[in-house]
Design a protein around this ligand. Structure first.
Ligand code: DGL
Length: 268
């Protein structure tokens, strides 16, 4: 495969959420071009089976390859948990998921060896974060909690709403009681709830943002492989969605922190 530095980075997610990863990429690698695919017609992934997630992920990677991407970032935690191994075995270009960078940072951060993971049902069920954490550090006490209602609350824009605080109190009570000192935000949407989650868990708990961690990993991979973009023209970005672009554009502002132009519909 002839990968070129000036080609774009491909990023995909089940929908909007992966824009939390794009935001960090734009910050960390401002000269890179990005092609994003949000599978808005088939979101959520967090309740679907492994077979389905693998099939969807392969379809999206093929679309990204047609756009000549030099690397694929699986921004979706669910797809990273269930499909990353298969994608890596099938395609020749670098493919990075969010689990590894997030788990590494958590293993480095915890002092009392009590780590919590919050994620979708499918990510928790896959056990991928827990498995990776155990490989990275001995004697960890790991507790996982699915928090499915966080996704619609974020999409509704209720980032600091009383209902969101109450929901967080209910979901996080066992993690608090377990006195974890590190908590992995194992879903694309959760970084937007950092304020509420931090408030509920208290100041002694460090929140691990997988979106931030993957951006560092992408940078070092591009550097190592000599694949950083060298073109001096300002980078162009393209956002492809499998359903109506207008809703995506409207909601995306919260995730990205700015508006976006180039959003197109791509039916799978
Ligand atoms: N993007 C998904 C994840 O990070 C959350 C939304 C969904 O369930 O599709 O797991």
């Amino acid at each position: 495969m002839n990968l070129k530095g000036n080609d774009p980075i491909g990023v995909f997610d089940s929908g909007l959420g992966g824009l939390t990863v794009v935001k960090e990429l734009l910050h960390e690698l401002p000269n890179e071009r990005i092609v994003y695919f949000g599978d808005t017609a088939r979101v959520p992934y967090g309740t679907k089976s492994r077979e389905t997630i693998i099939r969807y992920s392969k379809e999206i990677v093929s679309v990204l390859l047609k756009r000549r991407v030099k690397m694929v970032i699986v921004a979706c935690n669910t797809a990273s948990s269930l499909a990353l191994d298969v994608l890596k075995a099938e395609y020749k270009l670098p493919i990075i998921g969010v689990i590894d960078p997030g788990a590494r940072k958590a293993a480095m951060t915890t002092k009392n060896k009590k780590v919590a993971i919050i994620a979708t049902h499918s990510t928790v069920k896959s056990g991928k974060y827990a498995k990776r954490l155990k490989q990275l550090k001995r004697g960890l006490n790991i507790i996982s909690q699915p928090c499915p209602l966080f996704v619609p609350l974020v999409e509704e824009g209720w980032l600091e709403h009383d209902i969101t605080i109450q929901t967080a109190q209910e979901y996080l009570k066992d993690l608090k009681a377990a006195q974890v000192d590190t908590l992995i935000l194992g879903c694309t949407h959760y970084p937007l709830l950092k304020k509420v989650i931090g408030y509920v868990m208290g100041p002694k708990v460090t929140l691990i943002d997988s979106a931030k961690e993957i951006a560092f990993e992408v940078k070092s991979t591009l550097l190592e492989r000599g694949l950083l973009r060298t073109d001096l023209k300002p980078p162009d970005h393209l956002y492809l969605v499998s359903d109506e672009p207008d809703i995506f554009k409207y909601r995306a502002v919260k995730f990205l922190g700015c508006s976006m132009d180039n959003v197109k519909r791509y039916s799978l």
